[in-house]
Design a protein around this ligand. Structure first.
Ligand code: FAD
Length: 548
């Protein structure tokens, strides 16, 4: 009996996962994996840290070599082999050997596409000058390292403030290079809400990074033989010894498009939940495909390593006859920037507003310690939880802080995947010892605050509208805290004096309470509510006000 022949295009996250899983599930298939690059199965996510010399050896980026694939899994890997065309009728691909220039064809029974996504390089004058880099492959990072060393680079511009921009900035700082970030939008990490990124932006500026927000690069010019002048849309100029383009990625869909496979509006290859394209013998996974966002119900691309790996594994399941299905994505991500960690899951508030979904939503802000305050080294986490006001379903969360951020977002992410409500977060049983968390974990507290709102125990207000009406803004902190900084027009009435001052507070005007993080003002709001006052608590208190 002839073996089924499975060809895989792209040998990194999605492709390599698919190949190895295929072999584990069957010894009766022939597997050949093609990659146009010089490596398969390497750690793209480690590249910025190799540039920063945190990862010192290039070999550490390589997870599995072609020899390992052959010896351990009986999988054939062909490097420098670009798949140039697909003949769907004849079930064959055309392969170009980039080393020899030779072209040949190979037939398949099943074809898996995992070609990834390519960095966006807009048509800006001078963009192809030497010293302007994108970061996708090991050779890219090697060239960037070499340039830094050879030019004795001391100044860099990072174009784009998304997560790769953040990571490369941190690593250039490790190399004692001064960094300027140019970002088209009004904030870094545009995928999350602006107030959550403030801490990260402050931390970068404290470390000497120049931020140009609401700004675009319009041209690159050489100045001498080792420096650049970057022209900005506002008319300004920035000088630099190197440039790293981190302007996002776009799905590598040319091969699929040429083969007449369906492409979604996002540019990703259309697949069903079994990662099948519109051709029953062609499958596609990873950054190149369009996926279903389970929270917003939108089709989108989600260029992240986790989904790519899981999809590769899942395609192998389906190809070998299992009924697996991809659940979809909700965008759970984390990025470390200097001493801050920023993580999120689900859509941001601004994305929900853009989609017209905000009407049903509510949000809370909290700033708990990442572990018990009495144990040394506790640092605050700023956490924003978004939930559906009708049924309490958790819709998204964003958090920033020096530690414990990823753990909280992962818990909430998993809870969301199980359809959890804020009442589930309130009740969640989580591990605790003083150096790791609190008996009421930040996840529990987020659930409790939101559940209080859902049950009508407290009404919530937010800073963006709190100052618009004629409500009395009541600062219930101690006088020293109030004197150290307060919201203009706020009246100070420390929490412990609230019950003695009931006759001094207005009954014909709404009262909005705030304190530093929202806890004491919640106590005040509860007490005032019992005495018949019309009162709301401003979520997240003065600390959230200061983030705006
Ligand atoms: P890739 O891993 O990009 O592999 C695609 C391969 O296909 C490439 O080797 C390419 O050369 C090859 N190829 C393409 N077309 C052809 C063709 N026609 N013929 C032959 N070969 C072809 N994700 C995270 O979740 N967390 C992170 O911290 C993170 N950090 C990252 C940092 C960097 C610098 C980069 C670049 C990415 C990072 N990612 C991160 C994203 C993550 O690496 C990707 O989501 C993941 O690698 C996608 O897997 P893939 O198989 O779809 O594509």
């Amino acid at each position: 009996m002839t073996q089924r022949r499975i060809l895989i295009v792209g040998g990194v996250a999605g492709g390599a996962s698919c190949a190895a899983r295929l072999r584990r599930l069957s010894e009766d298939v022939e597997i050949v994996m093609f990659d146009r690059g010089s490596y398969v199965s390497f750690a793209n996510c480690g590249l910025p840290y190799y540039v920063g010399d945190v990862i010192k050896e290039e070999d550490n980026l390589i997870i599995a070599s072609p020899e390992l694939f052959r010896q351990r899994f009986n999988i054939e890997v062909r490097l420098h082999s670009e798949v140039a065309a697909i003949d769907r009728e004849g079930r064959s691909i055309e392969v170009r050997n980039l080393a020899s220039g030779e072209t040949y064809s190979e037939t398949y029974d099943e074809l898996v596409l995992s070609p990834g996504a390519k960095p966006i390089r807009p048509d800006i004058p001078g963009i192809d000058l030497p010293g302007i880099f994108s970061l996708r492959t090991i050779p890219d990072s090697r060239l960037l390292r070499k340039w830094i060393d050879a030019q004795n680079a001391t100044r860099a511009v990072v174009v784009g403030g998304g997560y790769i921009g953040m990571e490369i900035t941190e690593n250039l700082l490790h190399r004692d290079i001064e960094v300027t970030i140019v970002e088209r939008q009004s904030q870094l990490m545009p995928v999350v809400d602006a107030e959550i990124v403030t801490v990260v932006q402050d931390s970068l500026e404290e470390n000497g990074v120049d931020l140009y927000l609401d700004e675009t690069v319009t041209g690159f010019e050489l100045e001498g033989d080792r420096s650049f002048n970057l022209s900005l849309a506002s008319g300004g100029q920035v000088k630099s010894d190197l440039v790293v383009l981190c302007m996002g990625v776009q799905p590598e869909n040319a091969l699929a498009r040429q083969a007449g496979l369906d492409i979604g509006e996002s540019g990703g290859i259309s697949v069903n939940s079994q990662m099948a394209t519109n051709d029953p013998h062609i499958w596609a996974v990873g950054d190149a495909v369009e996926v279903h966002n389970v929270v917003t119900e939108q089709s989108t691309v989600m260029p992240l390593a986790g989904p790519a790996n899981r999809q590769g594994r899942l395609a192998a399941d389906v190809i070998t006859g299992r009924q697996s299905a991809f659940r979809g994505v909700q965008g759970t991500s984390v990025v470390g920037v200097l001493d801050q960690v920023l993580a999120f899951t689900g859509p941001s508030e601004k994305e929900l507003r853009r989609l017209g979904l905000w009407e049903q939503m509510e949000k809370v802000y909290l700033h708990p310690g990442h572990h018990a305050g009495y144990y040394p080294g506790s640092n605050p986490i700023t956490l924003k939880l978004i939930f559906n006001r009708q049924d309490g379903r958790v819709v998204g969360a964003q958090a920033v802080g020096k530690g414990g951020v990823d753990k909280r977002i992962d818990v909430i992410s998993m809870a969301m995947q199980m359809g959890a409500t804020v009442f589930d977060l309130e009740e969640a049983e989580l591990c605790y010892a003083p150096q790791f968390g609190s008996a009421k974990d930040p996840v529990n507290i987020a659930g409790m605050i939101a559940a209080n709102i859902m049950r009508g125990d407290v009404s919530v207000a937010h800073w963006e509208t709190a100052l618009d009406g004629d409500a009395l803004i009541l600062d219930v902190r101690d006088p020293e805290e109030y004197r150290g900084g307060h919201v203009e027009g706020a009246q100070n009435l420390p929490l412990d004096q609230v019950r003695d001052s009931l006759n001094d507070l207005p009954r014909d005007r709404e009262i909005l309470t705030y304190c530093y993080v929202g806890q004491r003002s919640y106590y005040a709001a509860r007490a005032l509510g019992h005495y018949g006052f019309k009162v709301r608590n401003i979520s997240g208190g003065f600390k959230t006000y200061a983030l705006r």
